[in-house]
Design a protein around this ligand. Structure first.
Ligand code: FEO
Length: 173
């Protein structure tokens, strides 16, 4: 059974993961509006991954006999000065998510909640990957600068990461 404090913190994180998905859909729309379909596709895949993260928290709360409490999801920013600024915002967002996962781990330790501590280890590792992959794209965009050719090439590269859910969910019956 989860303590009330742990349950509230897990529900808060569930909201943050749902917000992350919303945030990334907003950035995908920013890219799509500019016909940067590869960037948009990468961001849509990222948004889907966040829904997966939210589901992990959702399932875990139920598995431990807790009550899922869904809260309002904040409106995300959809305007950025450039692809670099958009990806810098993504990187900073992931750094913030890492901090909130670490806080959850600290709380699980404080409460001697070994099951939650164990559950969170997947996220600790995932955040290492999330920060690394977004930082790499920020670095590439810094190298590219204002080169349209560089943006075009990176758009092609990022487009290789396609949305998994889109084809499943948008199939016509
Ligand atoms: Fe759910 Fe990108 O962290």
């Amino acid at each position: 059974m989860l303590s009330e404090k742990m349950l509230n913190a897990l529900n808060e994180q569930l909201n943050k993961e749902l917000f992350s998905a919303y945030f990334y859909f907003g950035i995908a729309a920013y890219f799509k509006e500019r016909s940067l379909d590869g960037f948009a596709s990468w961001m849509e895949a990222q948004a889907e991954e966040e829904l997966g993260h939210a589901l992990r928290f959702y399932d875990y709360i139920f598995d431990r006999g807790g009550r899922v409490e869904l809260e309002r999801i904040e409106k995300p920013k959809q305007e950025f000065e450039s692809p670099l600024k958009a990806f810098e915002a993504v990187y900073l967002h992931e750094v913030g998510v890492t901090q909130s996962i670490f806080k959850l781990v600290d709380l699980a330790k404080e409460e001697n909640d070994h099951a939650t501590y164990n559950f969170l280890q997947w996220f600790v590792q995932e955040q290492v990957e999330e920060e690394a992959s977004t930082k790499t794209i920020v670095d590439k965009l810094k190298i590219i600068g204002d080169s349209p050719q560089g943006i075009f090439m990176l758009d092609r590269e990022l487009g290789a990461r396609g949305s998994q859910l889109r084809s499943l969910l948008t199939q016509k019956a």
